[in-house]
Design a protein around this ligand. Structure first.
Ligand code: ACO
Length: 311
């Protein structure tokens, strides 16, 4: 009965075991996972756009092959995550509908423009670097299908991060104009990357409950701090400065301190009022409409096969 199922759920969480699709789970646990995993899937799919814009303008065959592989990986991540969401009873077509009608969110970070090829490098280094900090702990998330999907996603993300850093190293060893492009891209992406981790803990309505359920393993601020601590020495090795005059080592805390984050900007971008929100959704909506015939053909094919197999 339900009390017994609830006790079993709580025991599994307390023992740090995984909850699987067949297991009983509280409705709120299911709903919070659908919310987070769908949002994560949507982010991967929308995240193909900012860099996808550079595929036709990559400066060499090598850079194009790397970028193509990376953007295809993101499509794959979206698909694993939509599948994980389906194990919770969500319907994939419904999730897409909610994305294109603005009823489900995707990461704020993908609403900023990519103005030069240096942005491809900075997205790899900072955005994918932030994604790794946030996602490695999710490999131990309490929901089995989500945790398992994250293992492969994190391996691919670390390739994305490395290709970005290597691209920036190459540009920093190039012309003065290339170095200026890198500096400009770092200046534009630094603060939005810190915002990716979500609102500060005191204003994060979901963190406490998600941590109690072990969906999340660390708070938003803890992960943001970890990212800053990892990234500052990388910026030094690259020879760029980060656009924050308050950034300095705090020996007492054993962490870098950073300046205030513009939380109004994050809320604006989440609400739909960032530099590229309208364009991202319009592009996704058009792709969905243009793919209609593919979905219809695939369904007709599947129905024909099923009918044949039934004979
Ligand atoms: N962009 C858009 N929405 C955000 C962001 C952001 N950067 N940060 C927080 N939010 C939303 C939350 O989804 C939540 O809205 P909702 O309740 O309507 O769903 C609200 O702001 C309040 O935030 P929190 O209470 O802190 O929400 P939560 O506990 O879900 O934490 C976080 C947010 C850290 C993003 C978490 O959901 C998470 O770890 N998600 C998985 C990682 C992910 O989605 N990454 C996508 C970008 S990385 C990439 O794709 C390369």
């Amino acid at each position: 009965d339900e009390t017994e199922a609830q006790a079993r759920f709580e025991r599994l969480i307390a023992e740090d075991q995984r909850i699987e699709p067949r297991d009983w789970m509280p409705e709120a646990y299911r709903a919070t996972l659908i919310r987070q995993v769908a949002q994560h899937a949507h982010s991967e799919i929308i995240g193909m756009q900012p860099e996808g814009a550079w595929l036709t303008r990559a400066p060499s065959l090598r850079r194009k092959a790397i970028l193509l592989a990376k953007v295809q990986d993101e499509a794959g991540h979206g698909l694993y995550l939509y599948s994980a969401c389906e194990t919770l009873g969500a319907d994939r077509a419904d999730l897409t509908e909610k994305l294109v009608t603005g009823r489900q969110k995707y990461s704020s970070i993908f609403n900023y423009p990519t103005l030069s090829f240096a942005d491809v490098g900075v997205i790899g280094w900072l955005v994918d670097g932030a994604a790794i900090c946030n996602q490695v702990p999710l490999c131990r998330s309490s929901y089995g299908p989500y945790a398992r999907a994250m293992i492969r996603i994190c391996k691919e993300e670390s390739f994305h991060q490395r290709q970005g850093y290597e691209l920036l190293m190459t540009m920093m060893g190039g012309t003065e104009e290339q170095r200026a492009q890198v500096r400009d891209a770092v200046d534009r992406w630094w603060w939005p990357s810190l915002m990716m981790f979500g609102p500060p803990d005191a204003e994060s309505p979901n963190t406490a409950r998600s941590m109690a359920w072990r969906i999340k393993r660390h708070t938003n601020d803890e992960l943001r701090q970890r990212f800053v601590d990892i990234t500052v020495p990388q910026a030094e090795a690259l020879g760029v400065s980060l656009p924050d005059p308050d950034l300095r080592w705090n020996a007492e805390r054993g962490h870098y301190d950073h300046g205030p984050i513009d939380w109004d900007e994050l809320s604006r971008v989440i609400r739909g009022d960032g530099p590229c929100n309208a364009e991202r959704i319009a592009t996704r909506r058009a792709a969905h409409r243009d793919g209609e015939w593919v979905r219809r053909a695939a369904s007709a094919h599947a129905a024909k096969r099923a009918a044949r197999d039934a004979v």
